[in-house]
Design a protein around this ligand. Structure first.
Ligand SMILES: C=C(O[C@@H]1C=C(C(=O)O)C=C[C@H]1O)C(=O)O
Length: 194
């Protein structure tokens, strides 16, 4: 295991909601990506030749106040998802240690394999609600984006819940400027075709 990224953990408080008041001002395509069900990995793979997962860090860490009222610590996995070498998504997955103890699925041994490969191939992990939110102005996630040459002051993302027996894990994904540029170009193309 390589050393964790100097900015790991990047998590920051997010005001998640099922339907944010200002979602109407978002690009239509971004809204579709934010609300899409199924594996994000598979959707991203359809947009590139080479898909890679870069692990920024993985560790059991104290839960942030808004992340869990049940577990005082969470297994945290933070990654960048790269399409043809360009980071499109920052993802932060939160797994209660009690879930890790109960499942045979080896989340800790994932490495650079995409998490979705495990989640969507084991039917006992049931996808649940999706919430939308955006990061703080110039917060830790924006600072990470800027540090990888994708400057921005805030990023939109989503939080997906997956249940496993009596446990709940969270997968948070934030679309980086490179992904937003692609989505906005897709919207422009679809508008010009009408
Ligand atoms: C949950 C999925 O797995 C993706 C891969 C992740 C990882 O490898 O850590 C994290 C979030 C997802 O974007 C998915 O493909 O939908």
């Amino acid at each position: 295991m390589s050393l964790p990224h100097p900015q790991f953990p990047v998590g920051e408080p997010i005001n998640w909601s099922a339907l944010p008041e200002d979602i109407g001002r978002l690009d239509d395509n971004l809204t579709k990506w934010l609300l899409a069900t199924g594996s994000l990995t598979e959707k991203l793979k359809a947009c590139c030749t080479e898909f890679q997962v870069e692990v920024l860090g993985e560790a059991e860490l104290p839960s942030l106040q808004y992340e869990s009222s049940i577990s005082t610590t969470l297994w945290v996995r933070e990654v960048l998802l790269l399409l043809d070498g360009v980071p499109w998504v920052f993802a932060r997955t939160l797994i209660p240690p009690a879930l890790l103890r109960q499942t045979q699925v080896d989340f800790k041994g994932l490495g650079t394999q995409p998490l979705g490969q495990l989640l969507f191939s084991h039917h006992e992990f049931v996808p649940g609600k999706i919430e939308i939110g955006h990061t703080a102005l110039n917060g830790k996630v924006s600072q990470l984006s800027t540090s990888i040459n994708q400057p921005c002051d805030s990023l939109w993302g989503r939080r997906r819940f997956f249940t496993y027996k009596q446990h709940e894990m969270q997968v948070c994904e934030f679309f980086l400027p490179a992904a937003i540029n692609y989505m906005e170009a897709e919207t422009a193309r679809s508008c010009s075709n009408h």
